[in-house]
Design a protein around this ligand. Structure first.
Ligand code: PGA
Length: 252
């Protein structure tokens, strides 16, 4: 089965409205003939501006997180209902910065994920080990736990709206990319886990992105791996000159 490639930009906590609008316009122009699936995920405050520019095109609008409750007394949080109102289609959950800087655990991420799916969103579930976990030979175990716990209670039907992003934490924003072979090994392992949970057909279907210092120079080699189906891009997603070549990588 051939899976589509899915290239997503996580803009993190960058850009004002004017800067975001400029980037969004450049992406719309540069990717209008792009053949893959695309996503731009700006900060909450930029969603309306960016959404208006992406509307009707081939780049999905994504949020970087959501609250675990639908509404209520949760100062500072943003709910799925508010994201839906802005036309958001995809929610990134369990990003390593959420897990490690903001202490989100698997149970919380799972709660958010189920709520997002219940409200019809697609989600990107991020998993990935810390450097010390890799060095202790625990990369597979960590990814297995984050995948299994993150997907707890998700039906096979809902799984069709889930993408997994494998992002080794030591490769994020550090300029260090996992080698294509190292990344491929974990991607294959995560696919095996999905197979154990949902069967082979679902495992073959699920898109698994790689994230961590993806750049125009390494995108094609990563994407050439059998189990790498796209990328979740941080730093290089902040400029059209670097995101577009990744999004339009030339298969090797
Ligand atoms: P990076 O970030 O491309 O800057 O390493 C990736 C991510 O955090 O999604």
């Amino acid at each position: 089965m051939s899976r589509p490639y899915y290239i997503a930009g996580n803009w993190k906590m960058h850009k004002t409205r004017a800067e975001a609008a400029e980037l969004a316009k450049a992406l719309v122009a540069g990717l209008k003939d792009g053949k893959h699936k695309y996503l731009a995920a700006p900060s909450f405050t930029l969603l309306e501006t960016v959404g208006a520019i992406l509307k009707g095109g081939n780049i999905l609008l994504g949020a970087q997180d959501c609250a675990e409750e639908e509404q209520g007394a949760h100062t500072g949080e943003v709910s799925v209902l508010q994201l839906k109102d802005l036309g958001v289609q995809v929610i990134i959950l369990g990003h390593s910065e959420r897990r490690h800087l903001y202490k989100e655990d698997d149970a919380l991420i799972n709660k958010k994920l189920k709520l997002a799916l219940k409200h019809g969103f697609e989600v990107i579930l991020c998993v990935g080990e810390l450097l010390e976990e890799r060095e202790a030979g625990r990369a597979e175990e960590v990814c297995e736990r984050q995948t299994t716990e993150g997907l707890k209670g998700v039906s096979a039907e809902e799984l069709e709206r889930v993408t997994i992003a494998y992002e080794p934490v030591w490769a994020i924003g550090t300029g260090k990319t996992a080698t294509p072979n190292d990344a491929e090994a974990i991607h294959a392992y995560i696919r095996k886990i999905v197979g154990k949970l949902y069967g082979n057909e679902a495992a073959e279907k699920i898109i698994i992105q790689y994230g961590g210092s993806v750049k125009p120079e390494n995108a094609a080699q990563l994407m050439a791996q059998k189990n790498i189906d796209g990328a979740l891009v941080g730093g290089a997603a902040l400029k059209a000159e670097t995101f577009i070549p990744i999004a339009k990588f030339q298969a090797v």
